[in-house]
Design a binder for this molecule. Sequence first.
Ligand SMILES: *[C@@H]1O[C@H](CO)[C@@H](O)[C@H](O)[C@H]1NC(C)=O
Ligand SMILES: *[C@@H]1O[C@H](CO)[C@@H](O)[C@H](O)[C@H]1NC(C)=O
Ligand SMILES: *[C@@H]1O[C@H](CO)[C@@H](O)[C@H](O)[C@H]1NC(C)=O
Ligand SMILES: *[C@@H]1O[C@H](CO)[C@@H](O)[C@H](O)[C@H]1NC(C)=O
Ligand SMILES: *[C@@H]1O[C@H](CO)[C@@H](O)[C@H](O)[C@H]1NC(C)=O
Ligand SMILES: *[C@@H]1O[C@H](CO)[C@@H](O)[C@H](O)[C@H]1NC(C)=O
Ligand SMILES: *[C@@H]1O[C@H](CO)[C@@H](O)[C@H](O)[C@H]1NC(C)=O
Ligand SMILES: *[C@@H]1O[C@H](CO)[C@@H](O)[C@H](O)[C@H]1NC(C)=O
Ligand SMILES: *[C@@H]1O[C@H](CO)[C@@H](O)[C@H](O)[C@H]1NC(C)=O
Ligand SMILES: CC(=O)N[C@H]1CO[C@H](CO)[C@@H](O)[C@@H]1O
Ligand SMILES: [Cu+2]
Length: 595
Amino acid sequence: MKVAVSISHFVLLFLSVFQWVSAEVVYFSIVLTWEEKEVAGFTRDVILVNDSFPGPELRLVQGDDVIFDVKNECPFNVTVHFHGIDQKGTPWSDGVPGLSQRPIVSGTKFRYQWTADQYGSYFYHAHHRGQLEDGLYGAIYIEPANSVERPFSLLTTEEAELQAMIVAEKNTSPLILSDWRLLTSEQIWDAEEASGVDAYCANALLINGLGSVSCLPRAELDAISAIPNFQLILGNTTLTDIACFPPNNVPAEGDYPHDYSKLLPTMFEGCTASQSAHEVLTVNANDRYVSWDLISPAGILALTFSIDQHDMYVYAIDGRYIQPYLVNAINIPNANRFSVMVPLNQEPGDYTIRLITGDEQQQILNTTATMHYEGHSEFTGPSEPWIDLLGQNTTIDTIFYNESLVVPFPVVSPSATVDETYILNIQHYNASYLWTLGNSSFNLELEESQPLLFNQHAIPNDLIIRTKNGSWVDLIIQVDTPFQAAHPIHKHSNKHFAIGSGNGTFTWSSVEEAMQDIPESFNLINPPIKDTTAAPTSLTGPVWMVLRYQVVIPGAFLLHCHIQVHQSGGMALAILDGVDAWPRIPDAYLYDSGF
Ligand SMILES: *[C@@H]1O[C@H](CO)[C@@H](O)[C@H](O)[C@H]1NC(C)=O
Ligand SMILES: *[C@@H]1O[C@H](CO)[C@@H](O)[C@H](O)[C@H]1NC(C)=O
Ligand SMILES: *[C@@H]1O[C@H](CO)[C@@H](O)[C@H](O)[C@H]1NC(C)=O
Ligand SMILES: *[C@@H]1O[C@H](CO)[C@@H](O)[C@H](O)[C@H]1NC(C)=O
Ligand SMILES: *[C@@H]1O[C@H](CO)[C@@H](O)[C@H](O)[C@H]1NC(C)=O
Ligand SMILES: *[C@@H]1O[C@H](CO)[C@@H](O)[C@H](O)[C@H]1NC(C)=O
Ligand SMILES: *[C@@H]1O[C@H](CO)[C@@H](O)[C@H](O)[C@H]1NC(C)=O
Ligand SMILES: *[C@@H]1O[C@H](CO)[C@@H](O)[C@H](O)[C@H]1NC(C)=O
Ligand SMILES: *[C@@H]1O[C@H](CO)[C@@H](O)[C@H](O)[C@H]1NC(C)=O
Ligand SMILES: CC(=O)N[C@H]1CO[C@H](CO)[C@@H](O)[C@@H]1O
Ligand SMILES: [Cu+2]
């Protein structure tokens, strides 16, 4: 799907005494409206970006300066965050209410300005209350500068094939993979507050905004419920008709008061099948390769992506190259991006693209799209899947993506020692739907407070970490509550190294100490470099992971779980990076909306 985008390019030339510096300024302006729209076969209110869902793609070249104007015509406050964009020198454009700006009031405009100093696949999305789940998201692609070395020569030495990959990358397009609820984010939040329950079920999966609601027959739901992994959690209950764990009798909800009578239909049960439009992605075998940027703005579930009978070379993660890695199915945690190079080497025809949730999560959902070879079709299908509805391999040859095998390109090693270590515990906080990442819960109402960037003391101190510019920091994320889906932890601003993970409780006071006992649990040589890293799933007990980063960009940045209801429930912490070197806030942001 190609989205029509109107971007005006202006070349501004600045004359300096020594040289000409040219910087391209890209203007991108959007209008947000709150309108009824049919998604997955059901009509509900949706945040539309210039009348579309998902929003239009923002396409840039590395080095571009961006002016991103938002006009809020929704009847509520909003903000827009640029996921993975580091905001070097522009921390007031990060889009986080209570940290970097005041919310954009209904009927007003806000101007975000930042420089695309990195390359690759990113996305913009709502960052106010639960509005990510109301449809405000769109792709960002930043074409790498010519000076950035591409990793494709690791795949082939044949010049024509290499050229085909370079051209495919240049023409890369986003595939937005998401989950969808039939209720709005405020309906869900109100029902969570009234019932005390954490709302962890979706209603449909979408590919580029398209998909349908499907309802599995009761016999199949019961058969899945009887599988040992499911039994462990379900006990004497079974999956609901939306193929989700029921809210009662599930250990993940913890031992807190609940009023199930306050739940709304479709939150945990109430399945009505629909037949809605289905995404068709047309490819041309003469191109030899197609490149797609898989982007997950999903609010709830991790999503597994696979193309029948086709291989995929993952060549970048979160907008950073890796040594290309051949797989057939990728599990994508919320907010991660995987750029894949797909060889178009099968009989021309139609092949099914599958998006599923898999058996390591609380719900079984799927949707499909079609990869259609342009022109004469020899193959009439149906195509052979690599994976089934539960995410199990259907062939002996299926290769699943395994993050342990990722090698960044080029390799960059983190510092072997750190200056600061924080151990942050993930737990419920006095209710199933309220959470902590640290010592207390980031109350949703704090989004309306004065931004920390303008006043460091605007919110309680136990929700704040302060770091010194230039220092190396370890964030040790400890998940204490059992039976948790893998919490995808996102650090705003610059990327981190995912240096280690393990089962149990992190009983050491630092990584250095832990490495004396369990060196095999860490990688300080060539760890993955990302902006969002999922903790391991905690099926039977506690788990932990460590994110290491250097503070290089001063500003007030959020660390949070990218499962939207967890973030709304308080699983977030403000990191005041490089407080000793904060920039002066321009008056246009301190007192106004950036204009
Ligand atoms: C969005 O709509 C506005 C107003 O109609 C228009 O000026 C702008 O160029 C559009 N933006 C994009 C990205 O299409
Ligand atoms: C919307 O944001 C403004 C500040 O930008 C704030 O004063 C107001 O209370 C917010 N409205 C709501 C309903 O939270
Ligand atoms: C199901 O299991 C729960 C927890 O073990 C127990 O409290 C409940 O009585 C059981 N219900 C039935 C119908 O057996
Ligand atoms: C989900 O998978 C089933 C079984 O593979 C398939 O029949 C069905 O069409 C899929 N549902 C959607 C919405 O694609
Ligand atoms: C799935 O993979 C496992 C491990 O390679 C293999 O033993 C099994 O036979 C495969 N399943 C199918 C249906 O091919
Ligand atoms: C992933 O790769 C690592 C390193 O080779 C290996 O130890 C681990 O078993 C693999 N995990 C899975 C699920 O295959
Ligand atoms: C959490 O509490 C511990 C122990 O009192 C303290 O050392 C730590 O700094 C606190 N963390 C935050 C983020 O306030
Ligand atoms: C912050 O630290 C980084 C790394 O040492 C350095 O490159 C940068 O210039 C510093 N920023 C400021 C504003 O001092
Ligand atoms: C943790 O334990 C699970 C289940 O026993 C196992 O599959 C997984 O590989 C372990 N993970 C780590 C990081 O040791
Ligand atoms: C009001 C209340 O119950 N607060 C509790 C919330 O949970 C934290 C951590 O478990 C307790 O310390 C508070 O007392
Ligand atoms: Cu984010």
